[in-house]
Design a protein around this ligand. Structure first.
Ligand code: ZN
Length: 307
């Protein structure tokens, strides 16, 4: 049983319209699902990914309107990395981010910047046989576009506490230092720790809520057993409709999810029209008339595109 790299990363935004304009506009990802938080259906859960909504390319945001900014600290994810194909892609993104007023710094095959709420992001040139997971955007040539997640970095004061869980329970492979790779049949993703800052962690806008790794659908129940047998107290298997999920906290404090590779975002929307309408999971559909008027109006990220 192997986890197939990163499935999605879920973060927090206090400004949903600004979030749409940054991730679907500046970064050129596709909004693949516009739905509500299943634990609080008066606020959004927004999903951005490649053109097909693939696991491995999916960054999602819970909206807490007006939330104050948080700050990553011990036990929290602090940086998300996407793959790009080449140094030419980094040149392109350095210019594009600057055109959008986003400061970035270039070093050693990577470009580091932050989203409008301070979430640290980076683009990394990575040679890999993994399929590039790319969204279409009229201003971004596909060979220069983001290609899905490369990895996630968290803060941990004693990362050795996590190594047994990462290696013996989850099957990650050490790649040196406090860094690991989760690699399955189709895809891999990196996970690593850095020493935390002195300031304590504060959850809030611009921070990461959890990171999900991909499981084969047929193995999900077995993963639940494995994680439970290791004493990690997993949640029950929760049906998120587009995938099934289990959650647990790894020993350094980062909230992990294992999410099934299927059925995916085209389970309830035509692939041509992903993300255009507010989608409610079937068990929430009866609340639509109450929920929809309460939600923040959002721009259509593809308005004005030639079809
Ligand atoms: Zn999740």
């Amino acid at each position: 049983m192997r986890l197939d790299g990163i499935h999605h990363v879920t973060c927090i935004t206090g400004n949903a319209p600004g979030n749409v304009s940054f991730y679907a506009g500046t970064l050129g990802l596709r909004m693949v699902k516009k739905t509500v938080n299943q634990d609080d259906p008066t606020v959004y859960h927004l999903f951005y990914a490649d053109e097909l909504g693939s696991p491995g390319a999916d960054i999602t945001f819970f909206e807490y309107p007006g939330a104050r900014r948080g700050r990553a600290g011990d036990g929290m994810v602090h940086t998300l990395s996407w793959r790009v194909a080449s140094e030419a892609a980094l040149d392109f993104w350095e210019r594009r981010l600057s055109d959008f007023g986003v400061a970035s710094s270039r070093a050693d095959g990577r470009l580091v910047f932050a989203d409008p709420e301070g979430l640290r992001l980076e683009l990394v040139v990575r040679e890999t046989a993994d399929a590039p997971l790319v969204a279409s955007h009229p201003e971004i040539p596909s060979e220069l576009a983001l290609q899905g997640f490369d990895g996630v970095r968290a803060f941990a004061s004693a990362p050795e506490r996590s190594s047994v869980v990462l290696e013996s329970v989850l099957g990650f492979v050490s790649v040196g230092g406090a860094d690991w790779e989760a690699r399955g049949d189709s895809r891999g993703g990196f996970f690593g720790y850095d020493q935390p800052p002195a300031e304590r962690a504060i959850g809030g806008a611009g921070t990461v809520h959890h990171i999900a790794f991909s499981s084969q659908t047929a193995e999900h129940e077995a993963w639940w057993q494995t994680v439970g047998a290791a004493g990690l107290h997993p949640s029950p298997v929760i049906d998120r409709f587009w995938f099934k999920s289990i959650y647990f906290r790894e020993p350094s404090g980062v909230l992990f999810e294992l999410a099934t590779l299927g059925p995916g975002f085209s389970a309830d929307e035509d692939i041509e029209h992903l993300g255009e309408k507010l989608i409610l999971p079937p068990s929430f559909e009866h609340m639509r008339e109450r929920v929809e008027p309460k939600l923040t109006p959002l721009p259509d990220p593809r308005a004005g595109w030639a079809r």
